[in-house]
Structure formats: C-alpha cells, structure tokens
Design a protein around this ligand. Structure first.
Ligand code: SAH
Ligand code: SF4
Length: 389
C-alpha cells in the first residue's frame, strides 16, 4: 500500500466511525419482532436458523419480499400456513408510513415518509417527460451535516442516518403507490425504473447503510435494478468515492457547483476538506466511469454567483478527458434563501460552451415546483405544522 492509499484508508475509517454514531435504532419492534427488509441473505439465513428453519427458505422469502413485494406473510403461498404464522411471530416486513403524498400537475409525486421513531424524510418520483418511466429520488439521511449554502436540507442539522431498510424501503413504498409489483423482469417497461440518491443527506456519509440498500435493490432475484440504473450523488467525499466505485460501481454524480476553490469553499463547505483538484482526481480514477456510463457533474445555476461564461470555460477545462455530462440545475428557491435563479439567457450561454466542448449538457427542468420540490422543504413544512397543532 502506498502512502497515499494508506492515508485514504485511515481517513475512510475515520469517516465511517464518525458517521456510525448517527445510525438509526436497531430495526426490532418492542415485542422482539425483527424487520426483514434490510437484512442480507446471509443474515436472513442466520435468523431463520435461530428459529430452527432451514437455509433454503431464504430464497423463497427473498422472492416474496423483493420480487412480489408482499408485506404480509399470509400471501406467501409457497409457504405452508403454520410456517407463515411462525414467521409472522418473529419478523415483520415493514414500509415507511406515508405521512404526506402530493402529486404535482406535471406528475411529479412527492412523499414524506415517516419511520418507526417518528423521523421523516422525503422521496420524489420524477417521471421522464418523454418516456413512460421515471426516477425515484431517495434520501439517505434525516438532515445533513454539510451546509451547502443554496440547499434547504443544509439548513437542517443531521438528526440521524437512515438505515438500509429505510433507504430501500422508500423505493419499495413508492412502488406500492404505483402498484408496480411484482418486480418487472429484464427490460420490461416500468415507471419506477431508476434510483437517484439525490434526496436529503450525503449518501457517502452513510455509506454502509446506503451500500446495503443498493445491494438489495440490485439483487437480480428481487428488485433487480441494474447498477446502470442507480446514481449516487455526492458533494465530494473523496475518500469514499473510490470505495463506492470498487464495491457498488453505480453511476456517480458530483455536486460541483463552482470552478474555483474560493467560491466552492463558500457554497459547498466540504470543499475546504476535499478541494476541487482532489475531487476531480477522484473522478478521473472512478472505476465505474466509461463512455457508456459517464460521470454527471451537477451545477446549480446561481444568478451572478457561478454562472458566467468564463466559469463555463473553466468548467470544461477542469473536466477535460473525463467521460462526463454536465447537468445544469436552475436554482430552486426556498423561503429565506439568498440566491436567485440564473436567467434563461445565462443558462443557455453556459450550456452552449459546455456542449461545444463535447459534453452533453441538459438543463434540468424544474419539476414539481407547485409541491415544494426543493429538497428538504417538505420535512420543514411538516415540522412546522406539527408545532402548530
Ligand atoms: N448530498 C448529496 C445528494 C443530495 S442533493 C449532494 O449534495 O450531492 C442533490 C442535488 O441537488 C445536489 O447536486 C445539490 O447540490 C442540489 N441542490 C440542493 N439544493 C438545491 C436547490 N435549492 N436548487 C437546486 N439544486 C439544489
Ligand atoms: Fe447536504 Fe447535499 Fe444539501 Fe449539501 S447539497 S447540504 S451535501 S444534501
């Protein structure tokens, strides 16, 4: 191991130890029943052994839970009734409770999910405007430790990490809402066809739970999403990026938002720890990136802050040679935010420079504006309503 990778490994261990303190309570009910969702196959097998049941049951249970999407043991028709009853004594198949569901006029559907301890996080289904499918944007934490200046979640402190069951459970509950069970096989069309980890929180500061949840989502005998259909967005936790690429090989999105350390230090404060040069180097070595699976650079367009043509030129210089696309996101304002959205002309001029340099540069159309789609806003509204009642 060379000096650099030793350093990275030490830093990674430090991050994991620090973030583990925010882990959720164990997924066990007061009556001792254990949540099945979120367990690995090996853990299910071990739990079954504890109640005297053989390992082959794991495959059956997995199929019912993740392929058929059942939440009730009595629907597991390949399992005899006495065993169904025994399983129900020891396990539950939970879902987060939908505390609020709003569907926007553009078909964006936003969920506020409440977990067993009363904490809440947001999930959004964003339909693809041209095809009959869409992405489910899921949260990885309640709140966030980072405080990016333009982000509403950044105004909330970190309450806790979400557990694996809560992370994959958001996707499963969204599927319930669209009746998309059993899991379609292969390329069968489905509405909820992609996961983007772009909701509340920093997924690489909750790596273990996120990894567990994504492995479940990718399991071919269950939900069966291909790794190409999962995108993890990070504000740039450099030491965890390599690990994510090696172990999960999902698509990566980087919240870049600025092309100089001076500005990025201010609007994405994590930059003070992992500056642009280190971040871009980590992107260059991201193992899962290729021309078919480009890294997405997210760039929120803030009027007069980061949207000049000079910055567009600097951006293409920075990412030259990386298989990449650039997502320009018009800033989504929230009450109390101090930024404004760039003008359409500024966004177009910026996009043109990026495109002329050979990068695809879609401008993300604002979705669900009428239902407070700025990430983190729904939870705040819910907390306010709770205080008033
Ligand atoms: N913490 C991760 C993932 C969640 S944020 C990250 O920062 O990447 C998902 C994306 O939404 C990020 O690119 C984030 O910078 C962007 N974002 C946050 N608040 C926004 C706002 N008000 N308007 C537009 N984009 C925003
Ligand atoms: Fe956290 Fe991402 Fe928001 Fe930054 S942009 S505060 S990392 S959720």
């Amino acid at each position: 191991m060379n000096a650099l990778s030793e350093l990275t490994a030490a830093e990674r261990d430090r991050i994991l130890a620090k973030t583990a303190r925010f882990n959720p309570p164990p997924p066990v009910l007061a009556d001792g029943r254990r949540e099945l969702i979120g367990l690995t196959r090996e853990e299910i097998t071990a739990s079954l052994a504890e109640i005297g049941e053989p390992a082959f049951r794991t495959k059956q249970i997995w199929h019912w839970v993740y392929h058929q999407g059942v939440t009730d043991f009595t629907r597991m028709s390949s399992i005899a009734k006495p065993l169904q009853a025994k399983l129900a004594e020891h396990f539950i198949i939970g879902r987060p409770e939908a505390a609020m569901v709003q569907t926007s006029s553009d078909e964006t559907r936003k969920f506020l999910f409440r977990f067993r301890d009363g904490q809440e996080a947001e999930t959004v289904y964003i339909p693809d405007p041209v095809a009959d499918r869409g992405a489910v944007c899921i949260s990885s934490q309640v709140g966030c430790t980072l405080s990016c200046k333009f982000c509403h979640t950044g105004t909330q402190t970190l309450v806790r990490n979400l557990g694996a069951a809560e992370i994959v459970g958001q996707f499963m509950a969204a599927r319930d809402s669209y009746g998309e069970w059993p899991s379609p096989r292969g390329e069968t069309p489905r509405l909820l066809s992609t996961i983007v980890l772009m909701g509340m929180g920093e997924p690489l500061y909750n790596y273990d739970n996120v990894a567990r949840a994504m492995r479940i989502a990718m399991d071919g005998e269950g939900i069966g999403l291909s790794r190409r259909r999962i995108t993890l967005s990070t504000s740039g936790v450099v030491p965890m990026m390599d690990r994510c690429g090696d172990e999960l090989a999902v698509n990566l999105a980087i919240s870049l938002h600025a092309v100089t350390d001076e500005l990025r230090d201010d609007i994405v404060p994590l930059n003070r720890k992992y500056p642009i040069k280190e971040l871009i180097a980590a992107c260059r070595r991201y193992p899962a990136a290729s021309n078919a699976r480009r890294i997405t650079f997210e760039y929120v367009m803030l009027k007069g802050v980061n949207d000049s043509t000079a910055e567009a030129h600097e951006l293409v210089r920075l990412i030259a040679g990386i298989p990449a696309k650039v997502n320009l996101i018009p800033f989504n304002p929230w009450p109390g935010s101090k930024y404004e959205t760039s003008t359409p002309a500024a966004i177009d001029a910026f996009a043109k420079i990026v495109m002329d340099a050979g990068f695809s540069s879609p401008v993300r159309t604002p979705r669900g504006r009428d239902i407070l789609a700025a990430c983190g806003q729904l939870r705040t509204e819910s907390a306010k309503a709770g205080r008033q009642s």
